[in-house]
Design a protein. Structure first.
Length: 257
């Protein structure tokens, strides 16, 4: 068979357009394709929710790819190891309470589970604004990441979402838009973003899970975004809290219908 370049081009444009059009209205939009976002996407898609992940970078997985200082191993605690077992990610006991996993295997396997469950991933897309009606976030305003990187004046498109998860990590990108452009008060003690504190792995791991919640009408925080929003510390290359946070936020959204 002789390959035709135009057929290849048409196929890519048509198939991607089908995928994007199908996700212009979703049950949950997840901003950030790191460990918390991927795990949340899996559990939501598994129960039949229409889920789309919008990741500004070309790659999915957030900081998990690099492990600690580009040593691509991650550490999890026993509770999170059970979650990695569910995803068929191999772990090795280091000592009591500490398990290691290959970062590359973890990211690629969880991503595979999420997409095979039905979640759609759109990479190289930045969320630059939100849509609000009657005090509730009802959707996202998206554009290509290279547009924002190069400063081009290109108008965005919109996605309707019944719920949104800010899983953008340290940057809390969705919440910063809400804080900057709306009058919505966040469900933090101060009513605003409280900012990330310095590293304290034990406390951060516990607070990541505690702070995973609905932070304003229609928007949930998960993973490192949860700690950054509520003034919790960073945890470094232990990823159990972020994985468990993704599961918890999915459970909260499912419970809220």
């Amino acid at each position: 068979m002789e390959l035709n370049e135009i057929t290849i081009t048409k196929a890519i444009i048509e198939r991607f357009s089908e995928k994007l059009i199908a996700c212009t209205e979703v049950d949950t939009a997840i901003v950030g394709g790191g460990p918390a976002g991927l795990v949340a996407a899996y559990f939501l898609a598994k129960v039949g929710k229409k889920v789309a992940i919008f990741e500004k970078k070309l790659s999915i997985g957030g900081g998990m790819w690099g492990g600690g200082m580009m040593f691509n191993e991650i550490i999890v605690q026993p509770e999170a190891r059970e979650l990695l077992d569910l995803f068929d990610v191999r772990t090795r006991k280091y000592e009591a309470g500490y398990y290691s996993a290959d970062a590359i295997e973890a990211v690629s396997t969880i991503c595979s589970y999420a997409t095979k469950a039905g979640a759609r991933v759109f990479n190289c897309i930045t969320v630059e604004d939100v849509m609000i009606r009657e005090g509730r976030v009802i959707g996202l305003v998206i554009n290509w990441t290279p547009v924002s990187m190069t400063g081009l004046h290109v108008d965005p498109l919109t996605i309707a979402a019944k719920s949104t998860i800010d899983a953008t990590g340290h940057a809390t990108e969705v919440l910063r838009v809400i804080e900057r452009k709306t009058d919505i008060r966040l469900n933090t003690p101060s009513g605003a973003l409280m900012g990330e504190r310095s590293m304290w792995a034990d406390r951060a791991e516990r607070l990541t899970l505690e702070n995973t919640r609905e932070i304003c009408p229609g928007v949930y925080v998960a993973g490192m975004s949860a700690n950054a929003a509520f003034g919790g510390p960073r945890m470094g290359p232990i990823f159990g809290g972020m994985l468990l946070s993704g599961k918890k936020v999915a459970e909260l959204i499912i419970a809220n219908g």
